[in-house]
Design a protein around this ligand. Sequence first.
Ligand code: GTP
Ligand code: MG
Length: 499
Amino acid sequence: MRTPSIYSQDDPLSEALKPPESETELERRARLEQEAEAKRVSEQIDEELRQERESLKRKRGDVKLLLLGQAESGKSTLQRQFQLMYKPHSLEQERASWRTVIYFNVVRSIKHILSTLESWDDYIDDDAAFDSPTSKYLGGPRSGTSSPVIMNPTLENSGAHSRSGSPFQGNAAAASRSTIGSLRRRLSPLVTADAALADRLSGGITVSGSGKGGVFVRSGWQARTIENALGRKRGRISEEPGLKKPDDIQDALVQDVSHMLDVSKDDIRELWAHPTVKGLIARRRLKLDEWSEFFLRHITRVAASNYIPSTDDILHARIQTMGVAEHVFDVNIHGKSVSWHLFDVGGARGQRHTWVPYFDDANAIIFVAPVSAFDQEDPRTNRIDDSLQLFTQICSSPLLKNAHLVLFLNKTDLLRSKLDSGLRVQKYITSFGERSNDYETIVQYFRAHFLQVHRRNNENRRVLYTHFTSVVDTKATQRIIGNVRDSIFRGYLQSAALV
Ligand SMILES: Nc1nc2c(ncn2[C@@H]2O[C@H](COP(=O)(O)OP(=O)(O)OP(=O)(O)O)[C@@H](O)[C@H]2O)c(=O)[nH]1
Ligand SMILES: [Mg+2]
C-alpha cells in the first residue's frame, strides 16, 4: 500500500494531482520529502502571519500615532528613529536588507548621472553653464502654476536644454567626452544591475505614477528581500543549527553588485569628481537627491567588499513606502509600559488614498514637512505648497479632530546647506518678497504659514506643537521624540483610558 500523503482519497482535486502509478521508489521518496517540506513551510508562514496579527492587535489603552506628510518628507526615517529608540534589536536584524537598498541607491545615482551627462553630450561649456535657466528658456517665471493655498511659486527650467549655446568645443570638450565615455563603458555592467535590484526590493511590484520611477516597498519588505533571494530555503534559516542566520546569507545578486562596486570604486570616485559633473551640479543642470550625494561622498566605504551599513547609512537610505506600514513599540512612561502603534504612510500622490481608513481613533499625528524643499516641485506644484495643502486637509479632517497634532518642519540641515550654496527662496516663492534670505527668517516664515493653516482649521481649539528637525540626526531627534512622547502622554492621560 502507498504511504499516506497529503493527497486525500476523496477529494477530486487530489485525485487529479495523484502521482503517476509508474512512480519509482526513489521518485516517491523525493516526492514525500518535497511534500513534507512544502507543508512545513506553509505552516510556518501561517504561524508567522498569526503571530504578526497577534502582535499588531491594538488593545484598549494602546496609543495610535500616524506619521503623515508628502513623499520624501522623512516619515520612514523618523520611524527608524523610533525603532532605534524603542526596538533597537529589530534594526539589527534588518541590517543586511538595507545593504540591498543602499546598493540600489548608489546604482540609481550613477545611472542618473550618466544619463544626464549623455543628454549634455558629456560636456558643459562655460557659457551654457552660466546662463540662468529661467531667462534663457522660460523668459521669466512660468505662469499657470499659482498656488491654491498661500504661496506663488515660480518654476525653474525642468531639465529641457539645448546645446546650441556651445559654439565651439576645444580640447576640454574632447577630453571630457573621452574620459566620461570610458567611465560609462566600464560602469555599464554595474548600471545594468539597477533593474534586478529594483525587482529584488519591490518583489516585482511596480507602482504607476511613481514620479521619478522610484521603487516602492510594502510593510515587512526587509524579511521578504531575504526570502526573495533565498527562494525555497525560506523558513529553514533560523531553525536548523547548521544553517546560516539571515545576516550571513549570501544573496548572489547583492554579492555580484558588491563585487562590481568594489572593482568600480575608483571609476565612481572619478566620475563623481569629474569637472563636467561638478559643473552640471553647480549650475543645477544635474540634480541629485540628498541620499545620492550622501552615498557618493562615502563611496569608498560603501563599495568595500566587506561593507555593512552603519546606522547612519540606514537613516540616509531611500526606499518609498507603499500603502501604510504599522510598527509596534513598547514605550515606557512613569514606570508603565504602553504599546504604541505607529503608522508610516506612503506620501506619494498615488498613495494618499490609502491613509483615510487609518484615521479612525488616532490619538496623535506627526505631520512631517520638509522645509528644504522650497526649490522642488511635485510634479508641478512647489513642494512646500503641496505640504501646506496636505496639512490643510489633515487639520480640517473631522476624523482627526481630536488627535494630538505635532508638526515637524524637517530637513533643516539641507535647508542650511542650500542657503550656504547661494539658493534664494524668493526665486521659488515670490511671496517671500524682499525678506532676508537667512535660515532663521526662512524657517519662521514657513512656520507662520503652517500656523496660519492650523488657525484657520481649528474648531476644537487644539494646540499645534512644532519642532524644527533633521531626522537623520539621531541625538537631536531622540530628544524631540522624548518631548513628543511626553506631550502626547500628557493629553492622553487626561482621557479616561489610563487613569
Ligand atoms: N539630510 C537629511 N535627509 C533626510 C532628512 N529626513 C529624511 N531624509 C532623507 O530623505 C529621504 C526620504 O526620506 P523618507 O523617510 O524615505 O521619506 P518618506 O516621507 O517616508 O517618503 P515616502 O515613503 O515616499 O512617503 C531619505 O533618504 C532620508 O534619509 C533630514 O532631516 N535631513
Ligand atoms: Mg516612507
